[in-house]
Design a protein around this ligand. Structure first.
Ligand code: ZN
Length: 273
């Protein structure tokens, strides 16, 4: 268990320091076998170049971040979101990603209708799933901590994500990110319920105090999450995918030398994941 064979680097972890090409080189240099790019960096690099570079280095994609952001104030907005999600599915397929991660979106501008937003999310996933099935790309709903319900994702618990999987069926699963779900009293049961639908596992830590809602995630071991316990529950489902390190840290890790960050990631993965 104590090796790096399951480790993957979500490129957000060194977002301020490195381009996607540098992230690919960095993973290869550090012996990190997995990578999970964000689409903004992918577009900066160019899909074809990225596909070739990743193939040449032998890295495996634990996921592509991200599709989603379905709710919109009008029909044109919803259609634009669906078109972008189809593109994201194609990119994930070209990169041979394990899944396309969905950050589903929150309230449309000016809206107070969270039930309506959740309905739009359900409909957006259903439409995207129909397309994703035709190319064989699994979609992974990432439930986000409730503090993001307004602006990032109105699917906030594993139970909600599991309900959507049960309703919409084949090809849809869940990304379990410890940062978002560690607090949930129902977590163990809901991971067990997800079963083979667990498609991704994201690690970092919850700092006390947390000084920023988005950009103050901790390195594994620096916070209060019992990561090995959650990993154990995830692996009891039969999940054999990567432990993907995903740290948004504007004032700390994004300011450090990226090679030093990757060194710390490897060390902490071995000790605290
Ligand atoms: Zn995540």
């Amino acid at each position: 268990m104590a090796d790096l064979s399951r480790l993957s680097l979500n490129t957000a972890t060194v977002k301020e320091q490195w381009s996607l090409a540098e992230c690919i080189e960095g993973c290869a240099r550090h012996g990190i076998p997995g990578i999970a790019p964000w689409r903004d960096k992918l577009h900066d690099y160019g899909l074809e170049l990225a596909v070739k570079h990743i193939r040449d280095t032998g890295l495996k994609l634990s996921g592509l971040c991200r599709g989603g952001m379905f709710p919109a104030a009008d029909e044109a907005g919803r259609q634009a979101a669906l078109a972008d999600n189809r593109l994201a599915v194609d990119e994930a397929k070209a990169l041979d990603a394990a899944c396309l991660v969905l950050v589903v979106g929150g309230l449309p501008e000016g809206s107070k209708d969270i039930a309506g937003a959740r309905q739009q999310v359900r409909d957006g996933i259903a439409a995207t799933l129909e397309y994703a099935r035709t190319v064989g790309m699994p979609l992974a709903i990432e439930p986000l901590h409730p503090m993001y319900a307004a602006d990032r994702a109105c699917v906030n618990t594993m139970a909600q994500a599991n309900d959507l999987c049960d309703e919409l069926g084949e090809g849809l699963g869940v990304a379990v990110d410890v940062y978002h779900v560690w607090w949930d009293p129902d977590l163990e049961a809901q991971i067990a319920r997800a079963g083979k639908n667990v498609l991704a596992f994201h690690t970092c830590d919850w700092l006390v105090p947390t000084t920023d809602l988005l950009l103050d995630r901790g390195m594994m071991g620096d916070g209060v999450i019992d990561i090995p316990q959650i990993r154990g529950w995830v692996e009891q489902t039969g999940f054999e995918g990567a432990c993907e390190v995903e740290i948004f840290s504007a004032d700390n890790w994004w300011r450090k030398d990226a090679d030093e960050v990757l060194g710390t990631v490897k060390d902490r993965h071995l000790k605290f994941v």
